[in-house]
Design a protein around this ligand. Structure first.
Ligand code: AFP
Length: 324
C-alpha cells in the first residue's frame, strides 16, 4: 500500500509552477481547503454538540436556518477574507455582496452548505464554489460573471470527504480526505461514454409539473437508466461525474400550491448551476438551461438569480436540447 499519496496542495503547486502562474491562487485555495476541513469537523461532531439543530431564523432564501448553515458561512467568510485575495464574495447565506479586500484579485461565489435538508440525517451535503478573476489590466469589471469566465470551480462532499475541482482547461480532478485531513490522490474525472452506467437524477415528486416536452421525454426514456436522487446537488453530481447520465432541475409550473412553483427553476446560477456546469465541461459533459442556452454562457443579472438546469453526459443533454 502506498502511504504517501500526492496531496491537493502538491498537485496545485506543480500545476501553477508548470503554467508559470502566480502564488495568489494557491493562497486562496489554501483558505478554501481550511474552511472545508473546519466545516467537515463541525459536521462530524455536530450531532452531539447540537450544531445540526434549527436556529429559529429564516435565511435570505426564505428557508429555515440550521446552526451549521450559519457556522459554515462564517467559516468560509473568515478564511477567504483572511487570504486577502478576494475583492468580493457572494454567499448563498447572505443577501448582499460581501465586500472584502479592495485590492483582491478574485471574485468568489459559494454555497457553504448546500443540501441542508440532509443535515439532520447525517447524510451528505456540499460546499460549492466558483472563482472568477478580476480584470486587473483593463477596465474595472464586476461580480456578475458568466460561468465561462470562471478559472476554477469545485465542491467538497461533506462529511464523506471528497473534493472535486475543475481548473480552466486543465480537467476535472477528484481527491479523497486522508487520516491527516489532507485531500490526496488526484484522479482525473471524465464522464463515461458507456451508457450502461448512466443514471437519471431529478426530484420525481415534481415531474407532473414540468413542462410537457420534458415530462414526455422522461416517460419515454427513464426506463433505460438507473434513477438516483439524494437531494443535495454536490452528492447527486458526484455520482453523475463518475457514472454519467443526466441531472435535471427543470422549471416547476402549475403546481397546485403556487408557492411551490419555480418558473425560472430552483437552483442558483452563480454558486450551484454554474459551478457544476464548469466541472461538467472539464469532464467532457455539457449543461444547458430550459431555453437550451449553455449555462456557462448565461450572464447573471442578479447574484442570487435562479436557473433551470440540465447537466451531464453530452448526448443526453443534447437530446434534451433537441426537444426544448
Ligand atoms: P437545500 O439546501 O435547501 O436542501 O437545497 C438543496 C438544493 O439547492 C440542491 O442541493 C438540490 O439539488 C436541490 O436543492 C434539491 O431540491 P428539492 O428538495 O426540490 O429536490
Amino acid at each position: 500500500m502506498n502511504f504517501f499519496e500526492q496531496t491537493f496542495m502538491d498537485f496545485l503547486l506543480e500545476h501553477q509552477e508548470r503554467h508559470g502562474r502566480t502564488y495568489h491562487f494557491l493562497i486562496l485555495m489554501n483558505s478554501i481547503l481550511n474552511a472545508a476541513k473546519r466545516i467537515q469537523h463541525y459536521y462530524l461532531t455536530g450531532a452531539l454538540k447540537g450544531y445540526l439543530s434549527l436556529t429559529g431564523q429564516i435565511n435570505v432564501q426564505g428557508e429555515k436556518c440550521l446552526r451549521l448553515d450559519e457556522m459554515a458561512n462564517e467559516v468560509v467568510k473568515y478564511h477567504i477574507w483572511r487570504s486577502g485575495r478576494v475583492i468580493q464574495a457572494v454567499s448563498e447565506e447572505e443577501e448582499d455582496i460581501i465586500q472584502m479586500n479592495p485590492d483582491g484579485r478574485y471574485f468568489i461565489y459559494y454555497d457553504p452548505l448546500d443540501g441542508s435538508s440532509n443535515l439532520p440525517h447525517n447524510l451528505p451535503v456540499g460546499f460549492l464554489f466558483g472563482i472568477a478573476k478580476r480584470n486587473l489590466e483593463g477596465p474595472e469589471d464586476y461580480h456578475l460573471r458568466a460561468g465561462k469566465e470562471f478559472i476554477a470551480a469545485g465542491m467538497f462532499v461533506i462529511p464523506t470527504g471528497t473534493f472535486t475541482i475543475a481548473l480552466k482547461e486543465a480537467g476535472c480532478w477528484r481527491f479523497h480526505i486522508d487520516e491527516t485531513m489532507n485531500y490526496v490522490k488526484p484522479t482525473r474525472i471524465s464522464l463515461p461514454s458507456d451508457r450502461s452506467s448512466w443514471e437519471l437524477s431529478f426530484n420525481a415528486a415534481h415531474r407532473e409539473y414540468y413542462r410537457r416536452e420534458i415530462a414526455e421525454w422522461l416517460l419515454k426514456n427513464e426506463k433505460k437508466y438507473q434513477f438516483r436522487y439524494l437531494g443535495a446537488l454536490a452528492a447527486d453530481f458526484h455520482r453523475l461525474l463518475t457514472n454519467g447520465g443526466l441531472f435535471l432541475y427543470p422549471a416547476i409550473i402549475n403546481h397546485p400550491n403556487p408557492k411551490k412553483n419555480y418558473p425560472e427553476g430552483k437552483l442558483r446560477l452563480m454558486y450551484e448551476a454554474a459551478v457544476v456546469s464548469f466541472m461538467c465541461q472539464e469532464a467532457g459533459g455539457l449543461a444547458i438551461n430550459e431555453k437550451g442556452k449553455p449555462i456557462l454562457e448565461v450572464v447573471p443579472k442578479h447574484h442570487h438569480q435562479r436557473t433551470t438546469l440540465f447537466v451531464g453526459s453530452k448526448e443526453l443533454v443534447e437530446e434534451i436540447a433537441s426537444i426544448l
